[in-house]
Design a protein around this ligand. Structure first.
Ligand code: URA
Length: 289
């Protein structure tokens, strides 16, 4: 199928999704610092953007991050995508399933050529994985060697720890949740994604989350938190609070790869998971109710 046809088909699917009542299309947005309270919220506080703000939670990026090398804002992709930019259509049609939408998005992602430093280096793109109706989504940084080889997120050692966090820590099943990354391509030598790469990949992330509509998101590590919430605050300051991305509540914790290197920090991560469970209204495993 020609790229134009695929794009048109995806657009039609998103229009159908819109007709089906799914209308939260979080968009990356940079918000001026003055729109946010100057003081630090206390632990466990839900931090909402002002009511007029429709994009994801956006603590202001620091001026350095905003400035970029050429004095521009952090690059946000401007290419054709995302399909959900389209205005509300009229008419009825066959509603596509979320599985269909994700499959079609994954096909588009597989053809993505936006990042010149990543495309020649990848074995394949790594889309998300998990329950298309997940209440909870985990967002990591970028695929590593194992993920690049297998085409699935979090399948290496860090992935094993993430599975333990979900199953043994939270008492959930990995298949219940959705797992994806800020980037869909492995950066050379597992380096940290650049702001430009994160911006290029952002529409894929937004579109994926638009389909799944998770009520809760857990950012794994500083990179996920930085680019999802558009903040330059360190992970240590983002932990212990509940943030927002569109309609979803967001909790940040340490990346499992960091926890593998610093096992003494696992107890902090457990505190984060408990905050996440409390926010979700779920029982904390091992605690008498
Ligand atoms: N680390 C990540 O951030 N994502 C993966 O998918 C694997 C390791």
């Amino acid at each position: 199928m020609a790229t134009g046809d695929i794009h048109r088909k995806i657009l039609q699917r998103f229009e159908a999704l819109y007709r089906a009542g799914i209308r939260v299309w979080p968009r990356p947005q940079v918000v001026e610092p003055s729109r946010f309270p100057a003081s630090e919220p206390s632990a466990g506080t839900v931090i909402s953007p002002p009511s007029h703000q429709t994009g994801p939670m956006a603590q202001p990026l620091g001026q350095e991050a905003l400035a970029g090398r050429a004095g521009s804002q952090v690059p946000i992709a401007t290419e054709p995508m995302p399909m959900h930019r389209r205005a509300c259509p009229t008419g009825q049609g066959n509603e596509p399933s979320r599985e269909d939408l994700l499959r079609e998005l994954a096909e588009q992602v597989a053809a993505c050529q936006r990042c010149p430093a990543l495309v020649p280096y990848r074995t394949q793109t790594v889309f998300g994985m998990g329950n298309p109706r997940a209440e909870l989504a985990f967002i990591g940084e970028a695929p590593g060697a194992d993920e690049d080889r297998l085409g699935k997120p979090f399948v290496g050692r860090a992935g094993q720890l993430l599975t333990d966090m979900i199953t043994r820590g939270m008492g959930m099943r990995r298949e219940e949740v959705y797992i994806c990354n800020i980037l869909r391509c492995r950066p050379p030598n597992n380096r940290t994604p650049t702001a430009e790469e994160a911006g290029n990949c952002r529409p894929w992330l937004d579109a994926t989350l638009s389909v799944i509509q998770p009520r809760y998101i857990c950012c794994l590590g500083a990179t996920a938190a930085k680019y999802l919430l558009q903040t330059d605050q360190p992970i240590g300051r983002l932990r212990g609070k509940v943030w927002e991305y569109g309609a979803a509540k967001v909790v940040c914790t340490y990346h499992p790869a960091f926890l593998l290197r610093s096992p003494n920090m696992k107890k902090e991560a457990w505190e984060d998971l408990k905050l996440l469970l409390r926010t979700m209204g779920r029982p904390i495993p091992g605690r008498a109710s």
